[in-house]
Design a binder for this molecule. Structure first.
Ligand SMILES: [Zn+2]
Length: 279
């Protein structure tokens, strides 16, 4: 993900549901079917908590872009879904098993479709490269998982430890679902660079969106730059990978004004800030 890889409003219930599902898989590596189940549970909860932009035109645009990227990635074990969250923070995140969420502000701030494709390609990369399963194993080994699972079990059993759950729920959502190592972030970037050309998009949009993030970060956005300590390394590695690639001609940077129409539609729907409502 972009801004530390976590859904901003993940709180107790979503985490509890994810962790309850996690308890089912507390032994052994997270399998594909187990990740699917975890993803379904987490997705169900997160949809209750996030304010989705329920506009068919915008949704279809993003879903179509996502489907193109997935097609470029080749056969996948997961069925991907793409959704738009009404939120004025630049962000995007992926839940287990292919539920990808893009904030309206990310769409508004993309200067062309290749930038938006870069963000989405990165998120698809987290799913496709099984970074979430890696997190599962890593956290199981550190014992964090056990502590969090105990809290999750308490919630599932109707415990009234709401304060602790709210505290640890946010932590769990971040720590369990979407906190990736720097290596995983670099791997998701590499995935995007490799896959985007096969989907018809110019991978240089990924790098140029880093610039957008850097600019916006200066305006007080809680940023990607602060949560990823080596943005320059990331930009350099991504640029080097692109430079070494044999890019086909005529990769899409723009999409004939369609993104601009979608951006205008979002502004009309939610206001210039990207979000008209409280969160
Ligand atoms: Zn990421």
């Amino acid at each position: 993900m972009w801004q530390g890889c976590s859904p901003r409003e993940t709180r107790g219930r979503a985490a509890a549901a994810a962790l309850a599902a996690l308890l089912l898989v507390a032994c052994g590596t997270l399998s594909i079917p187990q990740e699917r189940k975890l993803g379904q549970e987490a997705n169900r909860e997160i949809r209750r908590q996030l304010k989705l932009l329920r506009d068919r035109v915008v949704h279809d645009y993003v879903a179509h872009l996502g489907a193109n990227i997935v097609a470029g990635a080749g056969p996948q074990p997961f069925e991907y879904e793409f959704h738009v969250v009404e939120d004025d923070q630049i962000n995007a995140f992926a839940l287990p098993a292919g539920y990808v969420y893009v904030h309206t502000e990310t769409i508004l701030k993309a200067r062309n479709v290749s930038e938006l494709a870069g963000v989405m390609g990165h998120e698809v990369g987290h799913v496709a490269r099984r970074h979430i399963a890696q997190n599962y194993n890593r956290q199981r080994n550190t014992g964090i998982l056990h502590q969090v699972a105990v809290i999750g079990a308490g919630v599932a059993g109707g415990s009234a430890a709401a304060g602790a759950v709210n505290l640890l729920g946010g932590l769990a959502g971040v720590a369990y679902l979407n906190t990736f190592t720097r290596e995983a972030e670099a791997d998701a970037d590499a995935f995007a660079v490799d896959v985007l050309p096969r989907a018809g998009y110019d991978p240089r949009g990924l790098v140029s969106f880093f610039d957008t993030l850097a600019r916006e970060g200066g305006a007080g956005v809680p940023t990607f730059l602060s949560s990823h300590p080596a943005p320059k390394d990331r930009i350099q590695a991504t640029s080097a990978r692109i430079a070494a690639a044999q890019l086909p001609a005529n990769l899409a940077v723009n999409d004939g004004g369609r993104l601009e129409i979608i951006q205008q539609r979002i502004r009309l729907l939610v206001g210039e800030s990207g979000s008209s409502k409280q969160r």
